[in-house]
Design a protein around this ligand. Structure first.
Ligand code: DCP
Ligand code: MG
Length: 373
């Protein structure tokens, strides 16, 4: 079927750090530490260090075996002095004092907790922290806090959407989305993207791309899909964003924000009976509701931008960042989720498949499962 094909594209990844067995592994500790440092830099709006730590985490993730000694890290690429210093500290003392300081930091703890709520970004988290709030309960009981619709949904479904989504659950959602989309438009083009297309076993949400073979026909599709999901009684939350896409705009290689395609951020209700396999739903033991809430993103680009959107939304974030940097620095080309532009020829380069984009960049095709940077 369509979904199994999408899944097959993403073969199992070799290292999936977050869900590896809990054994003592310096590599795992280093990875977690780099992620924590990146997050803490993000909270302090230190963009440069944040990207450096994310890159370091990505390099660690790519290593085939554990790093046990200082010599092993000396030869690693893409690591700055600061990053290496932290790694040395951990390999020598088994711990990093700087990281321990961050972990104990009240502000870091509060911001981490607050931003774990769907709809709460670093700015809101900081505002709440400055008002002296420290726990989720305090936020919910503080009379002067106005939560927006997205944040209210974030709190309402907090425990469900903080839980990882399994591959079986993603598959079940894929079937629901496919049925819904093709019921409305049998010729619609639909693809699984995000981490699950890269073959990941778990994700924080499930991402899909949909479009129509004829330009412009995609415009009403997404709203129809949303209506149909609502009619089926499985739409728990929907944040719809219309298209702000401007064809004349040059792509931005430093692109980090949302793209301009029509999209929606959903929370859907997934029934136990719809998930295949013994384990079924990822829900709390003793939880007998028989359903869980899952975050789903649907993005609807026009068909002539489909390949760029697919490449961008398949990720990983780091892979996309690296590809855009490569395009800019090595090929003088601007790449983002919308387009590819050749600065030398002053020309937009069209693409109907991801293969076309890699070819324009003079690169061999990289399979989705090889994009887990
Ligand atoms: N993406 C993007 N622009 C955004 C958000 C995401 O281009 N504003 C891309 C990069 C991501 C991919 O889309 O790799 C999917 O986003 P997710 O945040 O869902 O990330 P993943 O699916 O890779 O991981 P997971 O959902 O497991 O956390
Ligand atoms: Mg995802």
């Amino acid at each position: 079927s369509w979904f199994t094909d999408s899944m097959r594209e993403g073969r199992p990844v070799t290292v999936e750090t977050r869900h590896r067995k809990k054994v003592f592994d310096p590599l795992l500790i280093l990875y977690d530490v780099m992620e924590e440092l990146a997050e803490s830099s993000e909270f302090n709006e230190s963009k440069g260090p944040c990207l450096a730590f994310r890159r370091a985490a990505s390099v660690l993730k790519s290593l085939p075996s554990a790093v046990h000694c200082l010599e092993a890290i000396q030869g690693l690429p893409c690591l700055g002095e600061h990053t290496k210093a932290v790694m040395e500290e951990i390999l020598t003392f088994g711990r990093s004092f700087k990281v321990e300081e961050i972990r104990c930091d009240e502000r870091y703890q509060a911001l981490k907790l607050f931003t774990s709520v769907f709809g709460v970004g670093p700015k809101t988290a900081e505002k709440w922290y400055r008002r002296g709030l420290r726990s989720l309960k305090e936020i919910l009981t503080e009379p002067n806090i106005q939560l927006n619709r997205m944040q209210r949904a974030g709190f309402l479904y907090y425990s469900d959407i903080s839980k990882a989504v399994s591959k079986a659950e993603a598959k079940a959602l894929g079937c629901i989305i496919e049925e819904t989309v093709h019921w409305i438009a049998p010729d619609a083009i639909l693809a699984l993207t995000g981490g699950f297309r890269r073959g990941k076993e778990y994700g924080h949400d499930v991402d899909f791309l949909l479009t129509m073979p004829e330009m412009g026909k995609e415009e009403g599709l997404l709203l129809h899909v949303i209506d149909r999901l609502r009619d089926q009684g499985i739409l728990l939350y929907c944040e719809y964003q219309g298209s702000t896409f401007d064809v004349s705009k040059l792509p931005s290689w430093r692109f980090e924000d949302m793209d301009h395609f029509q999209k929606c951020f959903l929370i859907l209700r997934l029934e136990q009976g719809q998930v295949e396999g013994e384990r079924g739903l990822q829900s709390d033991p003793g939880d007998s509701r028989g359903w869980r809430a899952v975050r789903v993103d649907l993005v609807a680009p026009p068909v002539d931008r489909y390949a760029f959107a697919l490449l961008g939304w398949t990720g990983s974030r780091q892979f996309g960042r690296d590809l855009r940097t490569f395009a800019y620095k090595e090929r003088q080309m601007l790449l983002d989720n919308h387009a590819l532009y050749d600065k030398t020829k002053k020309l937009f380069l069209p693409a109907t498949t991801e293969e076309d984009i890699f070819a324009h960049l003079g690169l061999e095709y990289v399979e989705p499962w090889q994009r887990n940077a």
